[in-house]
Design a binder for this molecule. Structure first.
Ligand SMILES: Nc1ncnc2c1ncn2[C@@H]1O[C@H](COP(=O)(O)OP(=O)(O)O)[C@@H](O)[C@H]1O
Ligand SMILES: [Mg+2]
Length: 267
């Protein structure tokens, strides 16, 4: 089954020109897709259509086989978790535990179920020791992990990450990625918006490129990063790892592991 089916959607904000002009995109269940493109190309606008935060002026958004127009934002949010760039705006409660428990409480789960779910995601996000801490006293990376915990505790089948690592230090980025990888291993469909081509090449099976409200490229990281014309058009730089493998005179590799193997073979 498909996780997301977008069929020729058009969208304009009130009083804006058309921001999405005819976007079609299918994402398979369990796929890990990265969406890249210049600032203002429409990535966030597109992703907000997945959980009904925005509705298309024309065209269809089908989520897990059902037309999203028949569902409220609250209903869609159960299927599609959405992590935004600024976690501070998503913090409402006094302790880390109650922050993460907020969503499950609204689902009407029992106390026992809530505690089980919350404890599990706090463990995965390595926040268990902050259970009783005030969320606002956490560091930037910890707050982002908390936001991710609050999203994943709802067990959405689709996870949208809109520039989740922007402004974080390397260690925090690694923490976020470990969690995302773990969720993906559990067959969660991941849709990652990022400017970090290293992340794109390391993590995703598929890269979608946007430019001026349209999709101008769609392929594996290897295909996309080998397409110089496309990269220029979308102002994208290939990841360092690809440049490095070219410098070594090897076939272009997009993953550290793969390049390592090639180097060892060549020695
Ligand atoms: N709330 C809004 N009202 C009017 N225009 C907006 C709004 N949000 C974004 N835009 C415009 O829509 C375009 C696409 O923005 P966005 O989807 O945020 O792009 P990206 O995420 O790729 O940087 C930009 O030109 C931006 O200025
Ligand atoms: Mg954006």
């Amino acid at each position: 089954m498909k996780a997301i089916e977008i069929d020729d959607i058009h969208f304009a904000y009130p009083e804006s020109d058309e921001i999405l002009n005819g976007v079609s995109l299918d994402v398979k269940k369990g796929e890990f897709v990265s969406l890249v493109g210049q600032n203002g190309s429409g990535k966030t606008t597109l992703a907000k259509h997945f959980n009904g935060l925005l509705r298309p002026n024309k065209g269809k958004v089908i989520i897990l086989g059902e037309d999203s127009k028949n569902f409220s934002i609250a209903e869609l949010s159960r299927k599609v978790g959405h992590l935004f760039q600024n976690p501070e705006n998503q913090i409402f409660e006094e302790t880390v535990f109650s922050e993460v428990a907020f969503g499950p409480k609204n689902l009407g789960l029992s106390e026992v179920e809530i505690k089980e779910r919350v404890d599990r995601v706090l463990k995965i996000t390595r926040l268990s020791k902050y259970r009783d801490t005030h969320p606002l006293s956490l560091s930037g990376g910890e707050k982002q992990r908390l936001a991710l915990a609050s999203v994943s505790v709802m067990e959405p089948q689709i996870l949208v990450l809109d520039e989740p690592t922007t402004g974080l230090d390397l260690l925090s980025i690694q923490g976020i990625l470990d969690i995302v990888k773990e969720l993906h291993n559990r067959n969660v469909t991941v849709f990652l918006i990022t400017h970090d081509m290293g992340l794109v090449s390391e993590l995703s099976e598929r890269v979608v490129v946007m430019e001026r409200g349209q999709i101008i490229g769609d392929g594996t990281p290897r295909e996309i990063f080998a397409n110089d014309e496309l990269l220029t058009r979308a102002s994208l730089e290939p990841p360092q790892i690809m440049k490095f493998s070219k410098m070594l005179g090897l076939n272009p590799e997009v993953k550290v592991d793969a390049l390592y193997k090639r180097i060892v073979e060549a020695l």
